[in-house]
Design a protein around this ligand. Structure first.
Ligand code: NAD
Ligand code: SER
Length: 319
């Protein structure tokens, strides 16, 4: 385990940030994880002892103040505008994602932060890729503004490493499926919504069309990969902010068929919207052999075990 003194999480109340922050608290101590987000209040699930500060990642002065006050030495920078919301307002997406990244880089260099995590996404890909098993080194021609910011983030991680010796790491997450915090406006949100609607109403209208297969991952594997990468020895790493990461892939009808094993009268229909075009530009599956070789990555969940766990967890909460 890496001996971080104090960890800063940005976007810590989002879909990934919520569960990652709780896991970091367990691992490094509740008093050593400084959770931040632009939201006003932290949900009850975090309990009374969690440290929460409202922080807009575009506010450099406030970011600096927190880093100095808590003597932060590791940052998990999760604050971002995702692909769906980003495509509705591309200039805002650029502002938040890029100014947020640049503030984190600047502060990390200034305050000699030991390690920084900035996630990338399968949205970094677009035109000109093989649909199946897209390799680690492949052309990056995203078609969404979100994807453009992810490619820039990856390249900047590598630049900051070579220019300033900043240890910045990142993963190209596939679509993340989770049972706790709701997703925040991405193209793959349907793969979470479908579970809620299946349990509540036994039907779901998918905004992603039949046959559109996308790479996905269950949250416990997302958290596991993030922590494994952030704890890996730097000498093991051959990439910086752009490790391919994969678990399983499915199209809407395939996840619907899995759900039907538990809810036999569940029905799905299709009404594709603007997110269909984004989904079509992404790969169907990802080759993550470099992550497997460099730092021993392998996922624990497949589509069947993820579906069983999601249904068990959500059924207890949703009536
Ligand atoms: P999310 O939208 O659920 O959470 C992002 C959080 O950032 C939200 O809580 C939001 O309030 C906060 N935020 C937005 N603007 C902010 C600002 N200006 N200052 C501070 N906080 C702000 O997203 P997520 O799914 O948790 O994603 C986290 C990271 O992982 C992002 O970089 C995202 O691009 C990446 N990622 C996510 C997925 C996925 O499927 N969830 C897939 C690929 C990559
Ligand atoms: N799940 C994310 C999105 O759909 C991928 O980065 O935006």
């Amino acid at each position: 385990m890496v001996n971080y003194k104090k960890i800063l999480v940005t976007g810590g109340l989002g879909q990934i940030g919520s569960e990652l922050s709780l896991e970091l608290q367990k691992r490094y101590g509740i008093e050593n994880v400084i959770i931040t987000d632009i939201k006003n209040e932290i949900p009850e699930v975090f309990g009374n002892n969690s440290i929460y500060i409202k922080l807009d990642v575009m506010d450099y002065a406030k970011l600096e103040e927190i880093i100095k006050k808590y003597e932060i030495d590791a940052i998990f920078h999760l604050a971002a505008i995702l692909s769906g919301r980003g495509e509705e307002n591309p200039f805002w997406c650029w502002d938040v994602n890029m100014n947020g990244n640049m503030n984190i880089f600047k502060a990390a260099i200034e305050y000699k932060i030991k390690r920084v995590f900035i996630p990338s996404s399968m949205a970094a890909w677009g035109i000109g890729i093989p649909k199946e098993n897209v390799p680690q080194d492949s052309v990056l021609r995203p078609t969404s503004m979100y994807g453009v910011t992810k490619v820039a983030g990856e390249k900047l991680c590598e630049y900051m490493f070579h220019k300033y010796n900043l240890d910045c790491r990142g993963l190209r997450y596939p679509g993340i499926i989770s049972s706790e915090a709701l997703p925040g406006g991405g193209t793959t949100d349907y793969a979470v919504e479908i579970f809620y609607e299946a349990i509540k109403n036994k039907k779901y209208t998918s905004y992603i069309d039949k046959g559109t297969k996308l790479p996905m991952m269950y949250m416990p594997d997302c958290i596991k990969a993030t922590i494994m990468l952030m704890e890996a020895d730097i000498n093991q790493l051959t990439c910086h902010g752009d490790y391919n990461l994969a678990a399983f892939s499915f199209a809407p009808e395939e996840i619907a068929a899995e759900i039907k094993k538990f809810i036999p009268d569940f029905e799905i229909d299709y009404k594709p919207d603007f997110r269909q075009k984004i989904a079509e530009s992404w790969p169907s599956s990802i080759d993550d052999s470099v992550a497997r070789k460099d730092w021993g990555w392998s996922p624990d969940y497949d589509i069947a075990t993820m579906t069983k766990d999601m249904i068990e967890k959500l059924s207890k909460r949703i009536k």
